[in-house]
Design a protein around this ligand. Sequence first.
Ligand code: PMP
Length: 453
Amino acid sequence: MPAPQNAAAREVYEKERAHVLTPWSAWGTTDPMVVTAAEGCHLTDGDGNRLLDFTSQLVNTNIGHQHPVVVKAIQDQAAELCTINPAHANAARAEAARLIAEVAPAGMNRVFFTNAGTEAVEHAVRMARRHTGRHKTLSAFRSYHGATTTSMNLTGDTRRWANDMGNTGAVHFHAPFLYRSQFYAENDKQECDRALEHLDSLIGLEGPDHFAALIIESVPGTVGIMVPPADYLRGVREICDKYGIVMICDEVMSGFGRTGEWMALDNFRSGDDDWAPDLITFAKGSNSGYVPLGGVILHDRIAASFETTPYTGGLTYAGHPLACASVVATINLMRDEKIVENAKMIGEDVIGPRLRELAEKHPSIGEVRGLGVFWAVEMVADRETREPLAPYGGSSEAMARTFATAKKDGLLLFMNYNRFHVVPPCIITPDEANEGLDIFDRALDVADEYVRS
Ligand code: PMP
């Protein structure tokens, strides 16, 4: 990323480089893009370039940037009451919790608020430990659950490696991923059956009586948007029931409209009285990240554990009035403007079909998969062997040049190892989505140059 030419933006850039330790970056190598403004699905960089945001930042601005209704709700709340002790009650938090319970599966009626996704995961696991009296946890190798201690141990992908705390009781398993099947499966049904058999036998070998919780992203996000086979999560629920393990669905990235349903797990349930997890962790889309907020939604059967015995955990800013006011405004807005329905339509009518066309045309695409506004494009150097265009946990010139070409043309993509994610705000219009996909199409010509023929 070249430093901005504009003097004011250049000053921001230099100050950041001098004083900010940017997440996941080495000191001195950070090269941040200065963002000066944002609106809807667009960002403006320090030199005034307008970029179509196919990242929703970190897959959180589901209602797009700077929605005036939500901005006003935050301003009004700030004028009325900025902060209170979370032991007190306030109107914004009460209504936010009521609305969250309304969009969650039936039977999930209580909300514990946090300030971020990772804190939601920490507390969900603690609740499961308190509920079961057990310690160990299960999570998928290809998963990301956050960057604080327990969440990082649960995280399966390479971001854990540098932070591993040794024996923490976190046991990892292979979740389904047909394109790179660990089970030599040839179709979804085989992948599902074998992944469930593997999980069951792993629990048996590790000691079923020791597991407090199993956490799983309903549709895994940063690790590659591997939409699970239709019956997988239901199967996991059955295994958890068999061993008395608390099932946590991590909806931090996939929740609140991203997949074209309120919760990603709704894609795999047939109705209100069907299966439900014990706990759901959420954050990002619940208020599009306008003010930091996360939380845990508790099923009544878990909440019952804390009826007379207190839940021993709390955070000074949890359920912050400004954040809760933005949740209330966001959920109401999503309902009024049918934003979840829009995400579903865009996935079915625009992004899905167009990405499949791009996969036909560009030999650098190995697979496209997703739903709603939650899509991954798996890039390969060789379609036969499925060799990734960048190594697991690493980067490559082919990926970097493709990303930079799209950006120069006005499209900001989400890039992770050998994948581009197409994850625009849920409010995106068909025209905007097509415009971004046209740019992506041209950029993919660069990736094709690296494919072995
Ligand atoms: N869980 C999932 C599935 C996530 O995608 C993330 C963030 N990308 C987290 C947890 C952690 O959330 P936060 O960054 O808000 O702590």
